[in-house]
Design a protein around this ligand. Structure first.
Ligand SMILES: [Zn+2]
Length: 273
């Protein structure tokens, strides 16, 4: 009887859909190492958010060698055009901290976009993705495994022709102005340029800074497959709490999360390329 009531209460618990609500909720649960139960729990929450937003929801499972299985949760928004834009954020953390800024913040912004797509009317098809198994420190893999699976899927669905850009949101919960990062030697008009102009329209300052080497977030695997990728994230101050117990939800700044969402919304609405 008590169990029944508890189950009913759990089912009725409201699922947050705003970036701050989602980011604080999943980081309160504690660290979310790849292929672990908390990563899966965060993915279930995002799946519910995508379903409620009436996106077409897909799940892409993959192996994390030595750890188990992880997944990407993908929410698809279709338009009458075939061009495609991807906005992704990694759900997992290292075992050393609750990953509020790294990267419940990005997942929160992805979640907050889901319910806004109908309203903002994106110019191209959109895949919103909560990726898994990004933290190479924990997986021991040379690649961000969720992004690798996702980039291959994008390529097999006409990515070379369709994909205009894949944007990783990673550490967007504090420390503005954000940096936009990618590996090329200069910003490309139809990739970084779109984000920089969107930021301008949103009244936000964003600087492009070239990646060190091939990059340290989910956009890396797209670039390595020859698909355009970039990352919006922490600015010049860096993230002193990255991969440590102090990366806690109390440090998240709702304004940063909102600015990130507004930038991405304008980029999704943009007809530039
Ligand atoms: Zn990260």
């Amino acid at each position: 009887m008590i169990t029944t009531v508890l189950v009913a209460l759990a089912a009725a618990a409201p699922v947050p859909a705003d970036a701050y609500g989602v980011a604080t909720q999943i980081s309160r649960w504690g660290p979310r190492p790849a292929a672990g139960e908390r990563e899966a729990r965060a993915h279930r929450l995002i799946r519910r958010v995508f379903r409620r937003a009436e996106l077409r929801v897909g799940e892409q499972e993959f192996r994390v060698p030595g750890r188990g299985r992880s997944r990407n949760v993908i929410g698809v928004y279709d338009t009458k055009r075939s061009c495609l834009r991807i906005v992704m954020a990694h759900t997992d953390t290292t075992p050393f901290g609750p990953g509020a800024n790294d990267n419940a913040s990005g997942v929160g912004v992805v979640a907050s976009l889901a319910g806004r797509l109908k309203l903002i009317k994106p110019w191209c098809d959109v895949w919103l993705v909560a990726t898994g198994a990004e933290e190479r420190l924990y997986t021991g893999s040379p690649d961000h495994l969720g992004a690798l699976a996702l980039a291959r899927r994008a390529r097999s669905r006409g990515g070379r022709r369709r994909l205009q850009w894949a944007l990783s949101l990673d550490e967007v919960g504090r420390d503005r102005p954000f940096w936009l990062r990618s590996p090329p030697s200069a910003p490309r008009t139809g990739v970084e340029g779109v984000l920089l102009r969107a930021a301008q329209r949103a009244g936000a300052r964003v600087s492009w800074v070239r990646d060190d080497g091939t990059g340290n977030s989910d956009h890396r695997e797209f670039e390595l497959l020859g698909l355009p990728g970039m990352k919006l994230g922490v600015g010049s101050g860096g993230e002193p709490c990255r991969h440590t117990p102090c990366d806690r939800p109390e440090r998240l700044d709702p304004v940063s999360l909102r600015v990130a969402r507004q930038i991405v919304e304008r980029a999704l609405q943009s007809t530039d390329r």
